[in-house]
Design a protein around this ligand. Structure first.
Ligand code: PGA
Ligand code: ZN
Length: 418
């Protein structure tokens, strides 16, 4: 049959940090083919699926030739001749072939590259856009960007502890207007930093990484940038990613750049204070991936007004999300397809989140490629939010630009709300 998988070929390519990653091309009997590339994190969660690295001489150990070989010699024969429309079955075959809970044998990078490429090839075979193939007739909602404009933590060599400061154009009338708003704020932030004599060098996701006195000063400057660009706290909200797992060790939070120790309670108080001072819509990983009780507490305290997002906490994992839902930890989940390693498992997590009333934010990684699959996923599942970096690096604008194309294609059917 035309839609049977005929060829699976992986190779090693580069991500936006110049590290190797896996790219796989899946070809169908019809001659249709599609390529997918896998992203890679820096502040990775302890419970993420395994990203297989060679640990050899080349690329300082970061080569992925083993993962590439696993695709070409193990996965390819196992899925050859299968229908590209049988996404769940193909993902299941790879999960079984790997045989571990964390995809440690074949590598989540190997498995994901195939999982995504199969879906893309299937969509092409049907001549459907990927968001329509993965979604349905009502997949018409463009996501509100959670745009990273200022970086600290593990993503920058400056003295700010919070990893990401983002703006959200909640009052914009559509996606392109929202994107314009964020880009204008990004530009005015650059001007303000330049005038202050601060560095406008950027971090891995394209946000600026200046040396500032404190996290509060970072937010103050962003508020100024919002105003300077002609917007206000009515139409623009702030989102933070604390990435607090990076701070946690032996029961205390050590904020390395400020060099202070904090308890769970101290941190919750600190975030309460920030939320009282600034228009904060969302806080991601305010506490560590192991601090379930802390997550429940902060959700009880702030969750009515603020989106509390589990990234390292949930790692896109159905089981960890189920535990969180049972306990009342967080009210939103960050979805990163490479944290779990297949499209099927990512979609299951998204579906369970929506059923439990949790919001979903489809997300890039700090190491990215020109692959735009996450833009289509965000529309397919009507997630309403996407996190894909600053508008100054091509691997990030690739996703925004893909969304502009989708918006243009959807015309008056395009919706834009969280
Ligand atoms: P990562 O960071 O891709 O480096 O893990 C992104 C995040 O923490 O959201
Ligand atoms: Zn995060």
């Amino acid at each position: 049959m035309d839609y049977y998988i005929d060829k699976v070929k992986a190779l090693q390519v580069l991500d936006s940090r110049g590290f190797p990653t896996v790219a796989t091309e899946v070809s169908l009997k019809s001659g249709v083919s599609a390529v997918a590339m896998v992203p890679s994190g820096a502040s990775t969660g302890e419970y993420e699926a395994v990203e297989l690295r060679d640990n050899a001489q080349d690329y300082a150990g970061k080569g992925v030739k083993k993962a590439v070989k696993n695709v070409n010699t193990l996965i390819a024969p196992a899925i050859m001749g299968k229908s590209a429309f049988d996404q769940e079955k193909i993902d299941e075959i790879m999960i079984k072939l790997d045989g571990t809970d964390n995809k440690g044998n074949l590598g989540a990078n190997a498995i994901l590259s195939v999982s995504l490429a199969v879906a893309k090839a299937a969509a092409k075979q049907l001549k459907l856009p990927l968001y329509r193939y993965l979604g349905n007739a009502f997949s018409n909602r463009l996501p509100v960007p959670m745009m990273n404009i200022l970086n600290g933590g593990a993503h920058a060599s400056n003295n700010i502890d919070i990893q990401e400061f983002m703006v959200m154009p909640v009052g914009a009338k559509n996606f392109s207007e929202g994107l314009r708003q964020c880009s204008e704020i990004y530009k005015s932030l650059k001007d303000i930093l330049t005038n202050l004599g601060k560095s406008t060098a950027v971090g891995d996701e394209g946000g600026f990484a200046p040396d500032l006195e404190s996290d509060e000063q970072a937010i103050e400057i962003i508020m100024k940038a919002i105003k300077k660009a002609g917007y206000s706290d009515k139409n623009t909200k702030i989102a933070l990613d604390a990435a607090a797992s990076e701070w946690y060790k032996d029961g205390v939070y050590h904020l390395p750049k400020r060099n202070v120790d904090m308890t769970t309670e101290d941190l919750i108080e600190y975030f309460e204070k920030l939320c009282a001072m600034y228009p904060i819509f969302s806080i991601e990983d305010p506490l560590s991936e192991n601090d379930w009780n802390g997550f429940v507490k902060i959700t009880d305290t702030l969750g009515e007004k603020v989106q509390i997002v589990g990234d390292d906490l949930f790692v896109t994992n159905e089981k960890r999300l189920a535990a969180g839902i049972r306990m009342g930890a967080g009210n939103a989940v960050l979805v990163k397809v490479n944290q779990i390693g297949t499209l099927t498992e990512s979609f299951r997590t998204i579906e369970n989140a929506h059923r439990a009333g949790y919001k979903t934010i489809i997300s890039h990684r700090s190491g990215e490629t020109e692959d735009t699959t996450i833009a289509d996923i965000a529309v397919a599942v009507n997630s309403g939010q996407i996190k894909t970096g600053a508008p100054c690096r091509a691997e990030r604008t690739a996703k925004y630009n893909r969304l502009l194309f989708i918006e243009n294609e959807l015309k008056e059917n395009a919706k834009f709300f969280i």
